[in-house]
Ligand binder design. Structure first.
Ligand SMILES: [Zn+2]
Length: 133
């Protein structure tokens, strides 16, 4: 005996699931039914959310600060290019991506944050001109 909703097992003699109020099925669930139930409970493996870019930085210290703030606020975020930046800092910025529905909240959170000046003044063209003089 099992409940087709929550897959609880019942001893013979019961006819209705006490939790789901549905009629029990008088046999054992098939492996297919169990797999289907488990998939339903687990939900989609990858949760899709639209991600938007909030800011970017060349400085691993900034990333550490951002992480601590976002973790504390329970923000779902992704640091694009993070591994690359740790291996070769200053070459490619790490971009802070957050889900679109939390973007405004995150912008507010980091608004007053004094992120690395290097991140925002770095300009490869300017550097080139300095090299010429
Ligand atoms: Zn049930």
């Amino acid at each position: 005996m099992f409940c087709p909703e929550c897959f609880a097992e019942y001893k013979p003699g019961f006819s209705e699931c006490s939790d789901c109020k549905v009629s029990l099925i008088d046999r054992s669930p098939t492996p297919e039914e169990i797999a289907d139930f488990q998939a339903r409970m687990a939900g989609p493996i990858v949760e899709y959310r639209e991600m938007v870019e909030i800011t970017w930085t060349y400085n691993p210290m900034d990333i550490a600060i951002l992480k601590s703030i976002l973790d504390a606020e329970d923000i779902h975020y992704h640091l694009h290019g993070e591994q690359f930046s740790y291996a070769r800092p200053w070459v490619q910025p790490t971009r802070l991506m957050v889900s679109a529905d939390q973007a405004d909240e995150v912008r507010e959170l980091i608004k007053d944050l004094n992120l690395s000046i290097v991140a925002h003044v770095y300009n490869p063209e300017e550097e080139e001109e300095e090299g010429k003089t």
